[in-house]
Design a protein around this ligand. Structure first.
Ligand code: PGA
Length: 253
């Protein structure tokens, strides 16, 4: 019922020309996908990526935005700027931004609202650290983050948001959450959304992210709560990324 979505998060990788080349390689490999396919590229790659993506079934995403419309915010980029370049999705609150760039639940919520106002699909990242998981706080951490991210949203807006459950200990480490761990945490997040938005929660897509790759994608995608993936390292290789897209497509009847 929920259309799976596989999004690549290139992070700070790929120059504009390298990114365009990767997209050219990827296009034929995913052209028959039965799920949504997105690449979230560095700001400076967006123009080249948009050109390479034209006419394809791959959506274009950014990795951040500022919540203010304009003004004295040196180094920041607004929704309107991204909109003009053809951006459709934006990653918000990635754990790397929370850890290295001081993003908080509050700024994440403001960014979600700014992204929705611009007509983007926000991909909101939430997830616990290893320490939090091992001390039994996973449920509380993901619940708090989910509640804050969706604070003040209407059900109609909430339905447009994509959540990425990304346990921090699984990101870039090669340690994937087990299929069951990922499914359980995503089920907890969906219950939080159900408490907030009722049955709308059953339409909100929740991805898994953290060392998802060509080898483990099918197992993760087979879980009932998992609606796709946010892919870092494996999104930098067209073949690997396309295998993940195929695994998601295979779950669509
Ligand atoms: P990874 O990154 O697939 O390299 O673990 C995922 C992410 O951080 O979005």
């Amino acid at each position: 019922m929920r259309r799976p979505i596989i999004a690549g998060n290139w992070k700070m990788n790929m120059t504009p020309s390298q990114g365009a080349a990767l997209i050219e390689e990827l296009k034929p490999l995913v052209k028959d996908a039965k799920c949504d396919v997105v690449v979230c590229v560095p700001y400076v790659d967006i123009t080249a990526a948009a050109k390479a993506l034209a006419g394809s079934n791959i959506g274009l995403g950014a990795q951040n935005l500022h919540f203010e419309a304009k003004g004295a915010y040196t180094g920041e980029v607004s929704a309107e700027m991204l909109k003009e370049l053809g951006v459709e999705y934006v990653i918000i609150g990635h754990s790397e931004r929370r850890a290295y760039f001081a993003e908080t639940d509050e700024t994440v919520n403001k960014k979600v609202k700014a992204a929705l106002a611009a007509g983007f699909t926000p991909i909101v990242c939430i997830g616990e650290s290893l320490e939090q998981r091992e001390s039994g706080q996973m449920e509380q951490v993901v619940s708090t983050q989910a509640k804050s991210a969706f604070d003040g949203l209407s059900a109609a807006d909430a339905e447009k948001v994509v959540v990425a459950y990304e346990p921090i200990w699984a990101i870039g480490t090669g340690k994937t959450a087990s299929d069951e761990q990922a499914n359980e945490a995503i089920g907890i997040i969906r219950q939080v959304l159900r408490n907030l938005f009722g049955e709308t929660a059953d339409a909100i897509r929740i991805q898994y992210g953290g060392s998802m790759n060509a080898a483990n994608a099918a197992g993760l995608m087979a879980q009932p709560q998992i609606d796709g993936g946010l892919i870092g390292g494996a999104a930098l290789k067209a073949k690997d990324f396309s295998v993940i897209v195929a695994a998601a497509s295979a779950t669509v009847k």
